[in-house]
Ligand binder design. Structure first.
Ligand code: JA5
Length: 235
């Protein structure tokens, strides 16, 4: 997968792209990320990418020109799914991440200031949000999208992660995890996990995942039911 990121802060992505899963995916050529400074498509001698809003009001709005020229240049290289990060977008979830992971190429557009000129939206295929809060710009949201998507690209992660993904895709939270020591400051690891009875461990984990989901995220269970993932409840 190829991911083009357009931003006025390309260096924002340096450390995350060099680290951990994204670093390894880049090294292995499974997820290639190219960073583009929006200012390279600015046209005045100050390389401006923003101006005051028509109608007045606080702050600045990103100019349409640099965005249209950036997308003209990048799309001339070939087809890509163009995504704008903004608080009014579709909420990112596992299903959206899976859909994007199947795309051969994404262009992630990161706004700053008070946002981008509305006309830029005529050039994007979809708008995504990572939650109901305001950020200083789209970069953090783009990074969240990138990490959620990259780990679903075939070959980026091993089988253990795939199994956990299936659990989330089925609409359940993960079961509780423990490692050594068996007793830490008086806090005990549940006996079943040390019993050696793999069937009992399996049943306990499923029950815990279900109980935890019911208690903390009942909305996930309702959705799993709607989608016919009833086997999660033993049906
Ligand atoms: C703010 C100029 O999904 C949460 C998001 C908040 C936020 C995003 S995405 N983009 C911007 C922005 O501010 O461009």
């Amino acid at each position: 997968m190829l991911v083009d990121i357009v931003t006025i802060f390309p260096r924002f992505f340096d450390s995350p792209l060099a680290t951990g899963l994204l670093g390894k995916a880049g090294e292995r050529g499974l997820v290639q990320v190219r960073l583009h400074d929006l200012r390279q498509w600015a046209t005045d001698r100050h390389r401006s990418v923003d101006d005051a809003p028509f109608g007045g009001g606080a702050g600045m709005v990103m100019l349409p020109g640099p965005w249209f020229d950036a997308l003209d240049a990048l799309e001339a290289e070939g087809p890509a799914r163009v995504v704008l990060l903004a608080p009014d977008g579709q909420r990112l979830d596992h299903q959206v991440a899976q859909r994007l992971a199947g795309e051969p190429r994404l262009i992630l557009c990161c706004g700053r200031y008070e946002g981008v000129d509305e006309r830029v939206r005529t050039r994007v295929h979809e708008v995504l949000s990572i939650g109901d809060f305001i950020l200083a710009g789209g970069e953090t949201a783009a990074l969240v999208v990138l990490e959620a998507v990259a780990r679903l690209v075939p070959g980026v992660m091993g089988n253990a992660a795939s199994a956990a993904d299936e659990s989330f895709a089925a609409g359940l939270l993960e079961y509780p995890q423990y490692t050594r020591p068996a007793v830490y400051r008086g806090l005990e690891v549940p006996a079943v996990l040390r019993s050696g009875d793999h069937g009992a461990v399996e049943r306990w984990r499923r029950e815990q995942a279900l109980e935890r989901t019911r208690r903390l995220r009942p909305d996930l269970l309702e959705r799993a039911e709607d989608e016919g993932a009833g086997e999660a409840e033993g049906r």
